[in-house]
Design a protein around this ligand. Structure first.
Ligand SMILES: C[S@@+](CC[C@H](N)C(=O)[O-])C[C@H]1O[C@@H](n2cnc3c(N)ncnc32)[C@H](O)[C@@H]1O
Length: 261
C-alpha cells in the first residue's frame, strides 16, 4: 500500500485528485472564458493549477499565461494540453513561479485569481505583494478579477473540528476515493487549518493513502475591497455568482472585478 505525506494539497495524490474533486464544478468556466474574450487579448491566471480554466480559455481563442508554484499541477496541465490542436497549444504559456513574487516580462490586459486561490495567500504582506505584482503586470486600465468564497461563519462554526467524509470514483480505474477533511478555524487570525486524508480503494482494499495539512485564509468583502483600493485598484463590479448577479447579504461567493487605477 502506497502511503504519502504531502507538503501541500497540490502535490502527489492530491494533485492527481484535483480534477476528480472539481469534476462537477464547472459553473465558473463560461464566466472566465467570457471575461478573457472581453478583456483579453493576453490573460494571466494566478495559480492556474491543472488548467481547469486555462485550457478552455485558450481553446476559445485567448492567449493565456498560467503561473503556478506546483510542478505537479503544471505537469497535469501539460498532459491535458496534448489533446488540444496546435493553435490552442500555441496560445498557452505555463510558468512555474510564486504569485507573491514573479517577473514575466509581459503586460496583460486581464489577470485573475479563481476558485479561492487568493485565499491561499494567508498573510496580508503576501496578499499586498501579490496584488502589487499583478498591478505591475497589467496594462493601463488592465482588469483584475478575484473569485473567492465569502466566509460562512455559521458553517465554519458547525464544521469546526469535525471530520467531513466525501466519496468519489477515480474515472481512470473505477476505484473508490475517500476524502476526509477536518477543518479547525482560527476566527481571530481568519485562518482555516485543515487536515486532509485521501484513501483509494480497489475492490474494497486500501491501495493508496495520502495526508496533508493546509492553511488558508477567509476574507470579508469589505476587507477585500479595501485591500484592492490599498493596492491602487478601482472596484468596478461585485457579483455573487458567475451569472453576474449583484452581490448581496446571501452571497456564498464574491467575484470582484477591479481596474488598475
Ligand atoms: C485552488 S487551486 C486553483 C487552480 C485553478 N485556478 C482552478 O481554478 O482550478 C490553487 C492553485 O494555486 C497554486 N498556488 C498556491 N499557492 C501559490 C503561490 N504562492 N504561487 C503560485 N501558485 C500557487 C496551487 O499550486 C494550485 O494549483
Amino acid at each position: 500500500m502506497k502511503e504519502e505525506v504531502c507538503r501541500s494539497a497540490f502535490e502527489g495524490f492530491f494533485a492527481e485528485f484535483y480534477d476528480i474533486l472539481h469534476f462537477s464544478y464547472k459553473q465558473d468556466i463560461p464566466f472566465f472564458v467570457e471575461m478573457a474574450r472581453r478583456y483579453g487579448p493576453l490573460v494571466l491566471e494566478l495559480g492556474c493549477g491543472t488548467g481547469r480554466l486555462l485550457l478552455p480559455i485558450a481553446e476559445s481563442g485567448t492567449a493565456i499565461v498560467g503561473l503556478d508554484s506546483s510542478d505537479q499541477m503544471l505537469a497535469i496541465c501539460r498532459t491535458k494540453m496534448n489533446v488540444y490542436d496546435e493553435q490552442t497549444k500555441a496560445r498557452i504559456t505555463l510558468v512555474h513561479g510564486d504569485m507573491v513574487d514573479f517577473q514575466l516580462n509581459q503586460i496583460f490586459a486581464l489577470a485573475f485569481f479563481a476558485c479561492n486561490t487568493f485565499n491561499l495567500l494567508i498573510s496580508q504582506e503576501h496578499q499586498v505583494k501579490a496584488l502589487c505584482k499583478v498591478y505591475d503586470h497589467l496594462s493601463a486600465e488592465g482588469i483584475l478579477i478575484i473569485d473567492n468564497c465569502t466566509p460562512n461563519i455559521q458553517g465554519f462554526m458547525e464544521s469546526n473540528g469535525k471530520q467531513a467524509v466525501y466519496e468519489f470514483v477515480n474515472p481512470a480505474n473505477g476505484n473508490k476515493i475517500i476524502d476526509k477533511f477536518t477543518p479547525h478555524y482560527d476566527f481571530i487570525q481568519q485562518l482555516e487549518h485543515a487536515k486532509i486524508v485521501l484513501e483509494e480503494y480497489s475492490e474494497g482494499e486500501l491501495v493508496r493513502t495520502a495526508r496533508t495539512k493546509t492553511t488558508s485564509t477567509f476574507l470579508f468583502p469589505r476587507e477585500l475591497q479595501l485591500l484592492l483600493k490599498y493596492c491602487r485598484f478601482e472596484v468596478l463590479n461585485i457579483w455573487k455568482n458567475h451569472n453576474q448577479e449583484s452581490f448581496d447579504s446571501d452571497a456564498g461567493e464574491i467575484i470582484i472585478l477591479a481596474r488598475k487605477a
